[in-house]
Structures are given as structure tokens and as C-alpha cells.
Ligand binder design. Structure first.
Ligand code: AMP
Length: 585
């Protein structure tokens, strides 16, 4: 009992679980400031690496330091895999060690147990990746109070400084180029409200890609000089990669960097150098790609670059001079904000959020309200495969929205709900997230509604519940499976695709509407026939009109038919049925 109380009274930490490095921070209530917690090696960031040797498991610096000697049993970069399907269960378990290590580091520093934590993830992590991160935290013995997006956390760190002169709205652009992922976000700060307006990114772009370019460059050079190919020698490659990363960092403050590797391959030493200009040339397409993503994010938010007040740099790779130069040119010479340490800003923001969630009004942390948005519209397929949006794209989360859906036929005993995300008018052109059935629906005409509730939580995880209110029969689905939500690049692709197919989609919708209108009218005509006292010739006319409409609607060639065919036939059916209705009342 005593132990449990101590846990909950303890500190709540913010954890930046980075692809290459991780960082943990805490809000010191008594000093009213964030403290970045150093690890057992005295470093403020810890490599996100796990390694196995014959008889022990190494984490962080210890794992990274022995990587060259033990390349095949050292796992790095695995955040790129988190929440995705991969076969090796050992690898999966290792990833779970990072939050554990982060908790240990925090507990050693604070000299008390740490239970509560806020963990950050790239803005474009999908539902299953977020869920996997929460699970990793739970296995590490942490109560994950909230998952927040890395750029949002960085904006918090930065925005706290800026709020004093923030009476009106301030637009902040966060450029986060890390080791393995690239995220950009546009936020507005007004008073204590931080709102994410738009996000974009690439889960496979970062410092390691720049390292890879250097590695291939030097592999070729070594081959040219020595006629030896090292590309399948894991140990040599690992040593070269470490040297390249170091050279890359050097090139951020010097114009040349050297590589010196003694007894590199078959006893041959390898000594070489590279200029900053060559490095920039090797990576020019990747740097350009970063700028294209920046542009897309602004377009998504429909904001002109001139309206951005601050451009904030986050992530180790944002130190690269060429990246800064291109970004500054893009924002027409605007000074970039570098006042916060790019390696620590994310953990800093997470620590503030953790203190607020943990201590509430009692916390001395600066008060703020976080509002993230959903990157794609969420909804379900309705009649004729039309996407019926329940939560539109860019809606602030958490959000709960209700909607009614209608069975297509009379006395339908069950209803299948297919949940999609995307911007296309035709549901099946979007990304199917999952499907479920509500059974035991009370026999009723087709207009009888099924009530659905979409709940997207603050961690970005979607739960859809559907209920037949008349019987109380309900069912639900939580979207966390591996076939779940889309990644950054896929989301970008979907949004672009929706733009490209806008005209075709409008046509599809118009046709679906025309077909539905005819279908509804036929339904009314059929109802009129049941038990009515129509004249025999009216009945005959109606039956033939219904037959013709049904043939039209059910025809295998209906896809090829133009909209006007359905509109015209609806008018013809009206010319037949309306006078009959008028006569019979
Ligand atoms: P992060 O994921 O934010 O920890 O960023 C780590 C990445 O930043 C790694 O790929 C590092 O090689 C890279 N990095 C760190 N410092 C520098 C620097 N001074 N110049 C270029 N890249 C750097």
C-alpha cells in the first residue's frame, strides 16, 4: 500500500523515444524548470540501441560502443519498425527495453520510483505504432499518461518562451529532422492553447540516410583504390558507418572532414577526406525532398509562408548548414529559431506535459492546452460505396462524433460497418481500417437508423461503436491492428490522390446520388403497390416502371451508364407515378 502511494506521488517524466537517440526529462516542481536527465555515462541523450553478447544484454551507450565488434547482434534504428509486422520476436522484445532503460535513468537521477510518463512519437505514427509504444511503456512498468507528437512537444518547449509576447495568434513551423524520421508541423499558439494545424513528414528520412550516402561514397572509393569490395562485410561497414556519422557532424562546423580507419579491411588502412560541398551534393535530392514536405505542410494548412512567425529547428540533423540555408531561403530569409537544444526540445515539452497531467492545477508547470488534429478523414461506406465522413480531416483531437446510418433494405437483420480513412468520394478508394457487424437488428423498414459513435482519443487511437437503439444490440471496433492507420508518406499520397481525382470523384458522387434517388423512388412505388386499391391499369404501369428502373439499377453495365440515364428515368417514373399518387391520395 505504502509502495503504491509512493509511486503515484512520484515524478512524471517526459520521454523522447528517438530513432537514434532517446532523451528523458522531468519538470522540477520546486525549481519551476525542466531538467534533462543524464544517464549512467553522464550523457544527456542515450543511443536507442540494444545488443546481445554471449551472456548479457546491453542498452544505450554500452550497446552502441560495441556495435562495430558485434554488428549482427546489435539492434539500432528499430523505432522504424515499431508497431509494424516483423517476424523476429527477439527484436520485438528488445525495443521494449528502451522505455525500461529511460525509466531506470530517471529513477537513478531522481532517487525515487518513476511510474508516470508522457512518451513522444513522430506525428505520423499510425494507430498500431502508437499502441505498440504504449505497450512498450507498460511492459517497462510505466503508466503512459499520454502519447504526444514530437513536433508538438518541441513547440511546447519553444512556445513557452514566446507566450509572453503572444497576445494574438502566433504561427510556429516546427522542422524536425532527426536520425531516422522527418516531421514538420504547423502550430498556432494563442494564449495557453497550442493547436496543431497541419503535419507532414517522412518516416524514412533522416541523418542515417545522409550517413548511408557517405558510406556508399567511401565504399566506392575504397573499391576504386584497392579493388576490394567491402559491401558484404558487416564489421567493416559498421566501422565505416560510425566514421561517416562523425565526419557528417564535423561537416556541420568545418568545410572538410577526414576518415581514418586502421586495418580497415584485409589489414589495409583506409584514410580519406570529404568536403562539405561534396557531402551536400551527395544528399541534394534528400535535402530537396525535405523542402517539398515543408511546402506540402503549408499547403495542407492553406497558409502562406509569409504568415509563419517562427521556424523552429528540432532534431540533430537540423544542424546541417545546407538544410538550414535551404530552409531560410524557403522562408524568404527569415531567421531560424535555434535557441533550444534540438536534441532536447522534444523531451523538454514532454516533461512539461507530464507535469501538468500528473499534478493538474497543483503543478508549477506553465499551463497549456494541447490540441492535435487527425491527418485524414474518418468515416464509413454507405449505399453505393459512398464514403460518409464522420470525423473530417484536420479535426482537433480528442474528438467524439455521432452519426446515424441506415440499412439498405427493409427488415435487414444485420448491418456491416466498414471503417475507412481517406479523402476519396468512393469508400473503397480509401484505406480500409476495419469492419464489424451489428447483428440482431429489429425488423424494420430501411429508414430505421443504426446509431454510430466515433471516438478518436488524444493518442490518435480510433474506436467505433454502433448500436441498434431499439434492441440495445451493439458492437465496436478499436483500430490498432497492423493493417491499421497509414504512415506519413501514405497519408500524403492519399491527399494528393484525392486532389488528382477530384473531378472523377465529384462525378462518382453525383451518379451515386442519382442512382440512390431513383432507388428511393422505386422503393416508394413498391410500397404504393402493397395492399393498395390501385386501378389494374395503374398497377400495370407501376409494375412496368419498377421493372425498368430495377433493370437499370441492377444492370451489370451500370458502371458504364452516364448520370443522365438515371436522372431521365427518374423523371419518367415521376411522370407515371405522380398522377397515380394524386388520384389515390
Ligand atoms: P535525433 O534523432 O534528433 O537524436 O538526431 C540524431 C541525428 O542527428 C543523427 O543522425 C546524428 O548523426 C545527427 N546529428 C547530430 N548532430 C549533428 C550535427 N552537428 N550535424 C549533422 N548531423 C547531426
Amino acid at each position: 500500500m505504502k509502495r503504491a502511494r509512493k509511486y503515484y506521488e512520484g515524478h512524471a517524466v517526459g520521454i523522447d523515444l528517438g530513432t537514434t537517440y532517446s532523451c528523458v526529462a522531468v519538470w522540477q516542481e520546486q525549481h519551476c524548470r525542466v531538467e534533462i536527465i543524464h544517464n549512467d555515462q553522464g550523457n544527456r541523450t542515450t543511443p536507442s540501441s540494444v545488443a546481445f553478447t554471449q551472456n548479457q544484454r546491453l542498452i544505450g551507450d554500452a550497446a552502441k560502443n560495441q556495435a562495430a565488434a558485434n554488428p549482427t547482434n546489435t539492434v539500432f534504428d528499430a523505432k522504424r519498425l515499431i508497431g509494424r509486422k516483423y517476424s523476429d520476436p527477439i527484436v520485438k522484445n528488445d525495443i521494449l527495453m528502451w522505455p525500461f532503460k529511460m525509466r531506470e535513468i530517471a529513477e537513478a537521477f531522481l532517487e525515487s520510483p518513476v511510474r508516470n510518463a508522457v512518451i513522444t512519437v513522430p506525428a505520423y505514427f499510425n494507430g498500431s505504432q502508437r499502441k505498440a509504444t504504449i505497450d512498450a511503456g507498460i511492459i517497462a512498468g510505466l503508466n503512459v499518461m499520454r502519447i504526444i507528437n514530437e513536433p508538438t512537444a518541441a513547440a511546447i518547449a519553444y512556445g513557452l518562451d514566446k507566450r509572453s509576447n503572444c497576445a494574438s495568434e502566433r504561427n510556429i513551423f516546427v522542422f524536425d529532422l532527426g536520425g531516422g524520421t522527418f516531421d514538420v508541423s504547423l502550430l498556432t499558439i494563442k494564449g495557453k492553447v497550442f493547436q496543431v494545424k497541419a503535419t507532414a513528414g517522412n518516416t524514412h528520412l533522416g541523418g542515417e540516410d545522409f550517413d548511408n550516402r557517405l558510406v556508399s561514397y567511401f565504399v566506392k572509393e575504397f573499391n576504386r583504390k584497392n579493388k576490394l569490395d567491402i559491401s558484404s562485410n558487416a564489421k567493416a561497414l559498421r566501422r565505416l558507418r560510425t566514421a561517416c556519422e562523425k565526419a557528417k557532424r564535423t561537416l556541420s562546423h568545418a568545410v572538410t572532414a577526414t576518415i581514418e580507419l586502421d586495418a580497415f579491411f584485409t589489414g589495409i588502412d583506409f584514410c580519406s577526406s570529404i568536403t562539405r560541398a561534396r557531402f551536400e551534393e551527395l544528399n541534394s535530392d534528400l535535402f530537396r525532398e525535405c523542402l517539398e514536405t515543408v511546402d506540402r505542410c503549408l499547403n495542407n494548412a492553406k497558409m502562406d509562408k509569409a504568415s509563419v512567425h517562427d521556424v523552429v529547428l528540432v532534431g540533430g540533423s537540423s544542424r546541417i548548414p545546407k538544410v538550414q540555408q535551404l530552409l531560410q531561403e524557403f522562408f524568404r530569409g527569415k531567421e531560424l529559431c535555434k535557441s533550444i537544444n534540438p536534441d532536447e526540445a522534444v523531451a523538454y515539452g514532454a516533461a512539461v506535459t507530464a507535469a501538468l497531467l500528473n499534478g493538474g492545477a497543483k503543478s508549477t508547470a506553465p499551463d497549456l492546452v494541447l490540441q492535435d488534429v487527425t491527418p485524414l478523414s474518418l468515416g464509413q461506406a454507405v449505399r453505393r460505396d459512398v464514403m460518409s465522413v464522420v470525423i473530417p480531416r484536420n479535426t482537433t483531437i480528442p474528438v467524439k462524433k455521432k452519426a446515424n446510418f441506415y440499412p439498405i433494405k427493409d427488415n435487414q437483420s444485420y448491418m456491416l460497418l466498414k471503417i475507412y480513412e481517406g479523402e476519396r468520394a468512393r469508400a473503397s478508394d480509401n484505406n480500409l481500417l476495419g469492419q464489424f457487424k451489428v447483428s440482431g437488428i429489429r425488423p424494420a423498414p430501411k429508414g430505421h437508423p443504426i446509431f454510430a459513435c466515433y471516438e478518436l482519443d488524444a493518442d490518435g487511437i480510433l474506436c467505433v461503436t454502433a448500436e441498434d437503439k431499439s434492441t440495445g444490440n451493439k458492437n465496436h471496433i478499436t483500430i490498432t491492428n497492423d493493417k491499421g492507420r497509414l504512415s506519413g508518406a501514405e497519408i500524403e499520397g492519399l491527399i494528393e490522390e484525392a486532389e488528382r481525382y477530384k473531378v472523377a470523384d465529384e462525378k462518382f458522387l453525383e451518379k451515386a446520388k442519382a442512382m440512390n434517388a431513383l432507388d428511393d423512388y422505386v422503393y416508394d412505388m413498391e410500397k404504393a403497390l402493397i395492399g393498395s386499391k390501385l386501378f389494374p391499369e395503374d398497377k400495370k404501369k407501376l409494375n412496368s416502371a419498377i421493372d425498368k428502373a430495377r433493370t437499370l439499377l441492377d444492370d451489370g453495365d451500370k458502371e458504364k451508364k452516364e448520370i443522365h440515364v438515371f436522372v431521365e428515368y427518374l423523371n419518367e417514373a415521376k411522370r407515371i407515378f405522380e398522377p397515380i399518387k394524386a388520384r389515390t391520395g
